[in-house]
Design a protein around this ligand. Structure first.
Ligand code: MN
Length: 201
Protein backbone atom coordinates (compact mmCIF):
# COMPACT_ATOMS: atom_id res chain seq x y z
CA UNK A 1 0.00 0.00 0.00
CA UNK A 2 1.19 3.47 -0.78
CA UNK A 3 2.18 5.89 1.96
CA UNK A 4 -0.25 8.70 2.79
CA UNK A 5 0.48 12.23 3.96
CA UNK A 6 -0.36 12.07 7.69
CA UNK A 7 -2.87 14.59 9.01
CA UNK A 8 -1.47 17.23 11.36
CA UNK A 9 -2.36 16.46 14.99
CA UNK A 10 -3.50 20.09 15.55
CA UNK A 11 -5.11 22.93 13.65
CA UNK A 12 -2.84 24.85 11.27
CA UNK A 13 -3.73 28.11 13.05
CA UNK A 14 -3.03 26.73 16.54
CA UNK A 15 0.52 28.08 16.87
CA UNK A 16 -0.30 31.73 16.11
CA UNK A 17 2.85 33.63 15.17
CA UNK A 18 5.22 30.83 16.25
CA UNK A 19 4.37 28.82 13.12
CA UNK A 20 1.91 30.43 10.74
CA UNK A 21 -0.89 28.73 8.83
CA UNK A 22 0.93 29.73 5.65
CA UNK A 23 4.04 27.83 6.77
CA UNK A 24 1.94 24.72 7.43
CA UNK A 25 0.25 25.10 4.03
CA UNK A 26 3.62 25.04 2.28
CA UNK A 27 5.65 22.85 4.61
CA UNK A 28 3.07 20.12 5.21
CA UNK A 29 0.81 20.58 2.20
CA UNK A 30 3.52 21.06 -0.45
CA UNK A 31 6.99 19.96 0.75
CA UNK A 32 6.01 16.95 2.89
CA UNK A 33 3.36 15.93 0.39
CA UNK A 34 5.89 15.99 -2.47
CA UNK A 35 8.23 13.67 -0.55
CA UNK A 36 5.32 11.24 -0.04
CA UNK A 37 4.41 11.33 -3.75
CA UNK A 38 8.01 10.82 -4.88
CA UNK A 39 8.52 7.93 -2.43
CA UNK A 40 5.34 6.24 -3.65
CA UNK A 41 6.36 6.73 -7.29
CA UNK A 42 9.79 5.20 -6.61
CA UNK A 43 8.53 2.08 -4.80
CA UNK A 44 5.51 1.27 -6.95
CA UNK A 45 5.92 -2.17 -8.50
CA UNK A 46 9.25 -2.83 -6.71
CA UNK A 47 10.25 -5.03 -3.76
CA UNK A 48 9.98 -1.94 -1.55
CA UNK A 49 6.21 -1.65 -2.04
CA UNK A 50 4.56 -2.73 1.23
CA UNK A 51 7.71 -2.34 3.34
CA UNK A 52 7.85 -0.18 6.45
CA UNK A 53 9.16 3.31 5.82
CA UNK A 54 12.09 2.87 8.23
CA UNK A 55 13.10 -0.35 6.43
CA UNK A 56 13.07 1.46 3.09
CA UNK A 57 15.26 4.22 4.56
CA UNK A 58 17.77 1.70 5.94
CA UNK A 59 18.13 -0.17 2.65
CA UNK A 60 18.04 2.65 0.09
CA UNK A 61 20.38 5.26 -1.38
CA UNK A 62 20.07 8.29 -3.66
CA UNK A 63 16.65 9.68 -4.49
CA UNK A 64 14.64 7.01 -2.69
CA UNK A 65 16.68 7.48 0.49
CA UNK A 66 16.27 11.25 0.33
CA UNK A 67 12.52 11.18 -0.26
CA UNK A 68 11.65 8.35 2.16
CA UNK A 69 13.81 9.83 4.93
CA UNK A 70 12.20 13.23 4.39
CA UNK A 71 8.74 11.62 4.71
CA UNK A 72 9.78 9.98 7.97
CA UNK A 73 11.54 13.05 9.39
CA UNK A 74 8.57 15.33 8.68
CA UNK A 75 6.01 12.90 10.11
CA UNK A 76 8.14 12.75 13.26
CA UNK A 77 8.66 16.53 13.39
CA UNK A 78 4.91 17.30 13.36
CA UNK A 79 4.46 14.94 16.31
CA UNK A 80 7.23 16.74 18.24
CA UNK A 81 5.27 20.02 18.20
CA UNK A 82 2.53 21.16 20.57
CA UNK A 83 0.54 24.41 20.34
CA UNK A 84 0.13 24.20 24.12
CA UNK A 85 3.26 24.86 26.20
CA UNK A 86 4.15 21.68 28.09
CA UNK A 87 6.39 20.72 31.00
CA UNK A 88 9.11 18.10 30.61
CA UNK A 89 7.93 14.87 32.30
CA UNK A 90 9.94 13.87 35.39
CA UNK A 91 11.74 10.80 33.98
CA UNK A 92 12.89 12.61 30.84
CA UNK A 93 13.89 15.66 32.90
CA UNK A 94 16.12 13.59 35.17
CA UNK A 95 17.75 11.91 32.17
CA UNK A 96 18.38 15.32 30.58
CA UNK A 97 19.91 16.54 33.85
CA UNK A 98 22.09 13.41 34.09
CA UNK A 99 23.46 13.75 30.54
CA UNK A 100 23.56 17.54 30.03
CA UNK A 101 23.78 18.98 33.58
CA UNK A 102 20.48 20.89 33.51
CA UNK A 103 17.49 21.58 31.27
CA UNK A 104 18.92 25.03 30.54
CA UNK A 105 22.27 23.53 29.53
CA UNK A 106 20.46 21.03 27.29
CA UNK A 107 18.42 23.76 25.61
CA UNK A 108 21.50 25.95 25.08
CA UNK A 109 23.37 23.05 23.48
CA UNK A 110 20.41 22.08 21.28
CA UNK A 111 20.00 25.68 20.10
CA UNK A 112 23.73 25.89 19.34
CA UNK A 113 23.63 22.66 17.30
CA UNK A 114 20.47 23.64 15.39
CA UNK A 115 21.62 27.18 14.72
CA UNK A 116 25.17 26.20 13.80
CA UNK A 117 24.23 23.38 11.43
CA UNK A 118 25.46 24.49 8.01
CA UNK A 119 22.77 24.67 5.32
CA UNK A 120 19.83 22.21 5.19
CA UNK A 121 19.25 19.49 7.73
CA UNK A 122 17.72 18.48 11.03
CA UNK A 123 18.74 18.93 14.67
CA UNK A 124 18.07 15.91 16.87
CA UNK A 125 17.94 14.72 20.43
CA UNK A 126 18.61 10.99 20.24
CA UNK A 127 19.15 8.05 22.52
CA UNK A 128 22.47 6.51 21.45
CA UNK A 129 22.89 3.32 23.43
CA UNK A 130 21.74 4.44 26.88
CA UNK A 131 22.92 8.05 26.59
CA UNK A 132 21.03 11.12 25.39
CA UNK A 133 22.92 12.99 22.68
CA UNK A 134 22.36 16.11 20.59
CA UNK A 135 23.36 15.88 16.96
CA UNK A 136 22.47 17.30 13.58
CA UNK A 137 22.30 15.52 10.25
CA UNK A 138 22.54 16.94 6.76
CA UNK A 139 19.79 17.22 4.18
CA UNK A 140 17.41 14.24 4.46
CA UNK A 141 19.61 12.12 6.72
CA UNK A 142 17.84 10.54 9.70
CA UNK A 143 18.86 8.83 12.97
CA UNK A 144 16.69 5.93 11.77
CA UNK A 145 19.48 5.17 9.28
CA UNK A 146 22.17 5.17 11.98
CA UNK A 147 20.80 2.92 14.71
CA UNK A 148 20.01 5.83 17.03
CA UNK A 149 16.62 6.24 18.68
CA UNK A 150 15.17 9.68 17.81
CA UNK A 151 13.47 11.57 20.64
CA UNK A 152 13.07 15.12 19.29
CA UNK A 153 13.78 16.97 16.08
CA UNK A 154 13.65 20.50 14.74
CA UNK A 155 13.70 20.97 10.98
CA UNK A 156 16.34 23.55 10.07
CA UNK A 157 15.75 23.61 6.30
CA UNK A 158 14.94 27.19 5.31
CA UNK A 159 11.49 26.08 4.14
CA UNK A 160 10.67 25.37 7.81
CA UNK A 161 11.11 28.96 8.98
CA UNK A 162 11.69 31.42 6.16
CA UNK A 163 8.09 32.64 5.84
CA UNK A 164 7.83 33.40 9.57
CA UNK A 165 11.41 34.23 10.61
CA UNK A 166 13.19 34.99 7.31
CA UNK A 167 16.89 34.33 7.92
CA UNK A 168 16.64 34.36 11.74
CA UNK A 169 17.10 30.64 12.33
CA UNK A 170 18.14 31.20 16.00
CA UNK A 171 14.79 32.90 16.72
CA UNK A 172 12.84 30.03 15.11
CA UNK A 173 14.75 27.36 17.03
CA UNK A 174 14.41 29.21 20.34
CA UNK A 175 10.69 29.89 19.78
CA UNK A 176 9.94 26.23 19.19
CA UNK A 177 12.22 24.80 21.85
CA UNK A 178 10.97 27.18 24.55
CA UNK A 179 7.24 27.20 23.68
CA UNK A 180 6.08 24.56 21.23
CA UNK A 181 7.52 21.12 22.00
CA UNK A 182 5.34 18.15 22.91
CA UNK A 183 7.57 16.92 25.75
CA UNK A 184 5.11 14.08 26.47
CA UNK A 185 5.76 12.74 22.95
CA UNK A 186 9.52 13.20 23.41
CA UNK A 187 9.36 11.20 26.67
CA UNK A 188 7.32 8.43 25.00
CA UNK A 189 10.08 8.08 22.44
CA UNK A 190 12.39 6.69 25.11
CA UNK A 191 10.28 3.55 24.56
CA UNK A 192 10.23 3.88 20.75
CA UNK A 193 6.67 5.20 20.48
CA UNK A 194 7.42 7.88 17.89
CA UNK A 195 9.36 5.57 15.60
CA UNK A 196 6.36 3.35 15.05
CA UNK A 197 3.98 6.32 14.65
CA UNK A 198 6.17 8.06 12.07
CA UNK A 199 6.63 4.77 10.24
CA UNK A 200 3.02 4.95 9.15
CA UNK A 201 3.90 7.73 6.72
MN1 MN B 1 10.94 20.42 6.13
Amino acid sequence: MAFALPSLPYDKTAFGDLISEETFNFHHGKHHNAYVTKTNDAIEGTDNAGKKLSDIIKSSTGGLFNNSAQVWNHSFYWLCLSPEKKEIPAELKSRIEADFGSVDDFKAKFKEEATGHFASGWAWLVLNGDKLEITSLHDADSPVAHGMKPLLTIDVWEHAYYLDYQNARPDYVAALLDNAIDWDFVAQNLDGEGVSRADQG
